[in-house]
Design a protein around this ligand. Structure first.
Ligand SMILES: [Zn+2]
Length: 207
């Protein structure tokens, strides 16, 4: 039974959609060579330092090695995602073996798997337009607003709150963050109005 990761940062990420797990990190931690079950993981941060959530992985190595990845988002507006991958090995030219995740959607080998709307998958599958098909611009604006609300410890949604500056944060950073939050909120409002006008017109409401 391997130990739990020390909660260190897994990787710096650009957006929520880029949450990813690199099998080489697991290999470095000994997850693939130790016997029995190995658990590890850590917190996930965006490029701007937003704490997006926590990733845990569990590697089991019975007859068929497999890795289960669990992403627990910090914001309740995102879903907890769990995905299992078979782990396969290929031989290297100069000896040794190289580990890969096997993508459950397309069976291709991948060193890195990404979180997309349908779960974790290889990059190719993650880039399929799941998200844009399922999510409207308005949904994405809501997500963005909730990410900024979470930065101030506020729950997702419309409920008003007063942003409070963390003790050690510079005023300049705080003011810039508040502005981004307000921009994100404004965008939600604009898109709501834009998307509502055709509906209201159809309903015969005079604008
Ligand atoms: Zn795939």
């Amino acid at each position: 039974m391997g130990g739990f990761g020390s909660g260190r940062e897994v990787t710096r990420l650009c957006t929520y959609e880029c949450v990813r797990v690199d099998i080489r990190v697991l290999a470095r931690e000994g997850a693939l060579t130790s016997t029995g079950t190995f658990q590890g993981g850590g917190m996930v941060f965006s490029g701007r330092g937003l704490h997006l959530g926590t990733i845990r992985w569990t590697v089991t190595k019975d007859d068929h090695p497999a890795c289960s990845i669990r992403f627990e988002p910090r914001s309740p507006s995102y879903r907890t995602t769990v995905q299992s991958f078979p782990i396969v090995f290929t031989s290297c030219t100069y000896g040794g073996q190289r580990p890969w995740f096997q993508c459950p959607w397309c069976d291709r080998r991948a060193a890195i798997v990404y979180l997309a709307a349908g779960g974790f998958s290889c990059r190719r599958c993650a880039e399929l337009p799941y998200r844009s098909q399922r999510q409207t611009e308005y949904d994405r604006a809501l997500d963005r607003r909730d990410v900024w609300r979470a930065k101030f410890g506020a729950p997702p949604g419309f409920a008003p709150f007063v942003p409070v500056k963390p003790p050690r944060q510079h005023w300049r950073t705080f003011v810039a963050d508040v502005r981004r939050l307000r921009d994100a909120e404004q965008r939600v409002g604009e898109l709501f109005v834009r998307d509502s006008i055709p509906l209201l017109e159809r309903l015969g409401v005079k604008l």
